[in-house]
Design a protein around this ligand. Structure first.
Ligand code: GLN
Length: 550
């Protein structure tokens, strides 16, 4: 039976609760334990798949095809444990399950209530697969005191009551704000936050106190006294230069030791931190820099492309170079003539995934700029589709080339374009045929999760991956139409990666270009600081060549 660590947050949001959870997972793993990390989100969307990236940042896709919170990305990047659909849940999903059971008559005529029906559903979610690991880390989204979070807090309170003593530990993350007028860190918000938590029946064992600076001994004692938490279980968490410093910093601050002590585990296995020492060294010892333009439409919120930003950092760490990623709003390039002035000086151009027409002309202009000026180009999902459209239009002179995603119907009910990118309605997953109709719900109806691809043995990507068979994560509705293959090959495109049945193009490269690769999947989701994704590794290497660093 696993031990459970519940991580909650107080005072303000965005304190780095996901990161603290991920770092704790990494440290427990470094001590030889098996871990699984879970996120419970109190919002009412069934999953984040239908939320705008502006609302909640990127949607992180798991191998088994779940659309989840971006914190699961942090969990994977820190622990190397692939998340599953059973690791992420929202209040919307919980309620939807409860209501489905109610309609089926599973509750045998009972009145359905938050306690016990909703809380039981949450508890079942937490306990799923508990026999598989030593530690289950469950992060509760939001902040203590939020109305929608209450059923989750109540559920974890009950859960710890149901379990034998010593099987659950509560870690609460708070803020000690710095008051520059009095030159001191203030403890009152933390005291209030813990009071709030205690009023709903949860007494935290460990407090992680985020602050701008080191916490003086005096404040530590005060927090300990007023919050009824042992002095040595108050963990100081000052701001860090890089998120990848977090495992070592939390270890030094005593987080993993405090948690193991709270479980009364003795003696504790010693951690092997060599992986993180190596990561630390690569983060802090780099020479020179490369500039990458990310031409997308959600550039206002960096979290919208979180995994891409991290994968670029990983590529930089591998090559020991600093990667400066500049977000270029695709709409500013809409008028093709502006592209050169905005893109000159970059060593690489990346067009990320996206949905809808807005900004696509700007992304096409960026793909054209990269093709013509021989700047390394990485097109991800939509970025691949638009690169194909660009080549079809500007090299193949198929002026009407477009995607059904942005097409209008003409008076005969036909698309007003040549759909080199078409709406995929039937495909195969394993041995199952999957189908989709136009009237399907928007949520969860894409080609989602891990699919295999076969790479051409002579291709650049086969060399980069050092393999001809790969598996990568997908999240899209549209596909390059193989029926245009010959025409597109005549434009210089090489179909270097295909689905195993040969029907779906997975990767295109451009003949005669130093580095021009479009992928239908999302490689960024599988990149780790200690195991950078081959495509990002090589993209950064190519960018270094471009900047004549090598
Ligand atoms: N909108 C495109 C599609 O659905 C691309 C999706 C993406 O970039 N993730 O196919």
């Amino acid at each position: 039976m696993a031990r459970f660590v519940f991580i909650t947050g107080g005072v303000v949001s965005s304190l780095g609760k996901g990161l603290a959870t991920a770092a704790l997972g990494a440290l427990l793993k470094a001590r030889g334990y098996t871990v699984r990390l879970r996120k419970l989100d109190p919002y009412l969307n069934v999953d984040p798949g239908t939320m705008s990236p502006f609302e909640h940042g990127e949607v992180f896709v798991t191998d088994d095809g779940a659309e989840t919170d971006l914190d699961l990305g942090h969990y994977e990047r820190f622990t190397h444990v692939s998340a599953r659909s059973s690791d992420s849940v929202s209040a919307g999903r919980i309620y939807s399950n409860v209501l489905e059971k109610e309609r089926r008559g599973d509750y045998l005529g009972k009145t359905i209530q938050v306690i016990p029906h909703v809380t039981d559903e949450i508890k079942d979610f937490i306990a799923t697969g508990e026999d598989e690991v030593d530690f289950m880390l469950c992060e509760i989204g939001g902040t203590v005191g939020d109305i929608e979070g209450l059923p989750f807090f109540e559920a974890i309170r009950q859960f710890s009551q149901d379990r034998p003593d010593g099987k659950c530990v509560f870690v609460h993350l708070t803020l000690l704000p710095y008051n520059s007028a009095s030159c001191e860190l203030k403890t009152k918000p933390t005291q209030h936050s813990v009071k709030e938590l205690r009023s709903i029946g949860i007494a935290p064992h460990v407090l992680v106190c985020r602050s701008e600076r080191e916490i003086p001994e005096n404040e530590r004692r005060k927090v300990s006294l007023f919050c009824n938490v042992r002095r040595e279980w108050i963990i100081g968490a000052p701001d860090l230069d890089s998120i990848y410093d977090a495992p070592l910093a939390y270890h030094e601050a005593g987080l993993d030791q405090a948690v193991l002590d709270a479980f009364r585990i003795e003696p504790c296995p010693r951690p092997d931190l060599s992986v993180w020492e190596n990561v630390f060294d690569r983060v802090h010892n780099r020479e020179g820099q490369v500039k990458i333009a990310i031409v997308g439409k959600y550039t206002r919120l960096e979290d919208a492309y979180k995994s891409i930003a991290e994968a670029l950092v990983h590529g930089g760490m591998y090559n020991r170079v600093k990667v400066v990623a500049d977000w270029v709003d695709a709409e500013q390039l809409e008028n093709g003539v502006d592209a050169p002035s905005k893109l000159v000086g970059f060593d690489g151009i990346l067009v990320p995934g996206g949905f809808g027409k807005r900004g696509t002309n700007g992304m096409i202009a960026a793909a054209r700029f990269a093709r013509e000026r021989k700047v390394p180009y990485l097109g991800i999902c939509l970025g691949m589709q638009l690169a194909v459209i660009e080549a079809a239009r500007n090299v193949g002179q198929i002026w009407t080339a477009g995607s059904e995603e942005f097409a209008n119907e003409n008076e005969n009910g036909c698309a007003d374009i040549s759909p080199v990118i078409y709406h995929l309605k039937e495909w195969v997953k394993g041995n199952t045929k999957l189908k989709r109709t136009v009237d399907d719900n928007k949520g969860g109806t894409m080609r989602l999760g891990a699919y295999d691809a076969v790479l051409g043995p002579e291709s650049k990507v086969a060399e980069i991956y050092n393999s001809t068979s790969i598996s990568e994560r997908h999240r899209h509705r549209y596909e390059v139409d193989v029926r245009y293959r010959e025409q597109l090959e005549a434009c210089g495109l090489i179909f270097s990666g295909m689905s195993p049945d040969g029907r779906l193009p997975e990767i295109v490269e451009l003949n005669g270009h130093p580095w021009y690769i479009g992928v239908q999947f999302h490689p960024e989701l599988k990149s780790r600081p200690f195991d950078p994704h081959p495509l990002f590794r090589d993209f950064i290497r190519a960018a270094m060549e471009q900047s004549r660093l090598v």
